[in-house]
Design a protein around this ligand. Structure first.
Ligand SMILES: [Zn+2]
Length: 213
């Protein structure tokens, strides 16, 4: 089973993807993690990405795609994967399909986590991120065991500067504009399922699992 998780920032993609991977025994592939891993392991692709990041530029799609190809051809992906954070644009969706075709794979299901602006703002404005491993916590919904310290690696947590209300609204506008064609793309292929992601995380998880079966 190969699943893509779509949805605006704050819809819970990361949390859901991690749980789904465990429950469905699939590989969790997050392009954010993939990028961080390549950079920290200083791979050839990571070095190239670092060059863009040093200049404050976005890492190009082509480079992210190369990291994805390398990842989806590893042994732990043979039963499938959950892709989180990709594709964000129609160009990325097409790249992904071409890449999968080359490896005799295809996306089986695209899940759109649909969340209202009000809930997203409530979630994101309380979000805390680990400065080292990137794990997410929440001031009220998922507080760390020790105040401002990561449960996983013990590093300090911080609030991202783009998790402020006004910035969140802007990010949501950008997301809506970019993602509408991606949603249509999967809808046209008959692969899209929409889920109300304002609901409790456990309810959303069960719903995705039901769709994946
Ligand atoms: Zn951590």
């Amino acid at each position: 089973m190969k699943i893509v998780l779509l949805g605006p920032p704050g819809a819970g993609k990361g949390t859901q993807a991690k749980e789904l991977a465990k429950r469905l025994k699939l590989a969790h592939i997050s392009t954010g993690d993939l990028l961080r891993q390549n950079v920290s392991k200083d791979t050839a692709l990571g070095k190239e990405a670092q060059g863009y990041m040093n200049k404050g530029a976005l890492v190009p799609d082509e480079l992210v795609s190369k990291m994805l190809i390398e990842r989806i051809t590893r042994a732990d992906v043979k039963d499938g994967f959950i892709l989180d954070g990709f594709p964000r644009t129609i160009a990325q969706a097409e790249t992904l399909d071409a890449m999968l075709r080359d490896n005799k794979m295809m996306i089986d299901l695209a899940v759109y986590l649909d969340s209202t602006e009000k809930v997203i703002i409530q979630r994101l404005s309380g979000r805390l991120v680990c400065s080292k491993c990137g794990a997410n916590f929440h001031i009220t919904n998922m507080p760390p065991k020790i105040n401002m310290v990561c449960d996983g690696c013990g590093s300090s947590l911080y609030q991202r500067s783009d998790d402020k209300e006004e910035t969140i609204r802007r990010r949501l506008d950008v997301y809506k504009k970019e993602s509408a064609p991606v949603i249509q793309y999967y809808e046209a292929k008959g692969k899209l399922e929409r889920i109300n992601a304002d609901l409790d995380a456990g309810v959303v998880l069960d719903e995705i699992i039901r769709l994946a079966k």
